[in-house]
Design a protein around this ligand. Structure first.
Ligand SMILES: NC(=O)c1ccc[n+]([C@@H]2O[C@H](COP(=O)([O-])OP(=O)(O)OC[C@H]3O[C@@H](n4cnc5c(N)ncnc54)[C@H](OP(=O)(O)O)[C@@H]3O)[C@@H](O)[C@H]2O)c1
Length: 297
């Protein structure tokens, strides 16, 4: 019988491997006078989780030698000021990667905003041009979380060819691009893909059929072990802080899958934390370094 440790898919290990390669690429860029720079653009609103995410992102950038900063525009400036700031950053040759804080305040038009984003700096892969390239099977920048799942599949040798993969969630940044890649005729793809969402009837009946389950629904510990197929592989994208009075901090991170009931059933599973999250961050660094090397040409 496999132990929990044997079932664990170690995202931290993969993230370290990716960071090491990015660090070396950044060193090479610096010898040619280019320091990769990542800027996050945000409407200035109170948001503790964004601030914490920015601190983590800054630390990760510093580890590999990427410069990072946040640019905030006042909410009172509205869409106009945000559009202007994005256009300016897109035109600034010292900025190589741009992140836009999501969700935008209500009433802001995302598609109009994206018209001001240089697709060559779109390290999150959300620009329609980059999404189009992805759909054509010629990916350039791909949403980092979706790509993190593909990298995990590749690095940990999860056999995909012809297998039934069930993706829970169809968001623009996770479920939809992931389903596109899993379906494509290429290594790591060739899956038989089912995508479920909030209107799916009898979700557990689909989960039960999954040889590989990818959960990205934003619902803490929603998927129960008793729904899962024996021996399936589970990749849990969800990340939620929930109350945990018995811990020192008073809270803990959990995924979309209820790990305690899932672990006895599955053959392999990503933990939360330490699974998809660190790989996502490392791929953002990788995309920024790639953007910087492209802008140098
Ligand atoms: N680890 C990382 O680096 C990372 C990065 C990004 C996101 N995340 C996590 O990944 C999860 C998904 O993120 P997201 O941005 O894709 O979320 P999202 O935009 O809220 O999308 C959630 C998707 O799940 C579906 N859904 C919601 N409740 C459901 C239910 N009860 N049954 C079936 N489907 C349901 C929604 O269906 P509809 O389309 O019908 O509304 C939607 O397609 C979140 O937990 C988020 O925290 C992790």
């Amino acid at each position: 019988m496999q132990s929990v440790a044997q079932k664990n898919i170690d995202g931290k290990l993969l993230a370290k491997e990716i960071e090491a390669k990015v660090g070396a690429a950044v060193d090479r860029l610096k010898t040619r006078g280019v320091t990769p720079r990542l800027v996050s653009l945000a409407v200035d609103e109170e948001d503790a989780s964004f601030e914490s995410y920015m601190r983590q992102r800054d630390k990760a950038c510093a580890r590999v030698g990427i410069e990072s900063s946040v640019e905030k525009v006042p909410l009172a400036g509205g869409e106009r000021e945000l559009n202007r700031a994005l256009a300016r950053l897109s035109g600034d040759s010292t900025v190589h990667g741009i992140l836009i804080k999501q969700p935008l305040p209500s009433g802001f038009n995302e598609q109009a905003l994206l018209a001001n984003l240089d697709p060559k700096k779109d390290v999150e892969g959300i620009h329609p041009y980059n999404l189009g390239l992805l759909a054509l099977g010629r990916p350039r920048f791909v949403p980092c979380t979706a790509l993190a799942v593909m990298e995990i599949i590749d690095r940990f040798g999860v056999e995909m060819d012809g297998r039934h993969i069930v993706v829970l969630g169809r968001s623009k940044v996770v479920g939809a691009p992931l389903a596109t890649m899993l379906l494509q005729k290429r290594s790591g793809g060739n899956g038989t893909v089912t995508v479920c969402h909030s209107r799916t009837r009898d979700l557990p009946s689909y989960v039960r059929q999954a040889e590989i389950l990818i959960a990205a629904i934003g619902q803490p510990e929603f998927v129960r072990g008793e729904w899962l197929r024996e021996g399936s592989v589970v990749i849990d994208v969800g990340t939620h802080a929930i109350d945990a009075p018995d811990t020192k901090k008073g809270w803990k991170l959990v995924g979309d899958v209820h790990a305690a009931s899932a672990l006895p059933v599955v053959s392999r599973m990503t933990p939360v934390p330490g699974g998809v999250g660190p790989v996502t961050t490392s791929l953002l660094l990788q995309a920024t370094a790639r953007a910087a090397s492209g802008s140098e040409e």
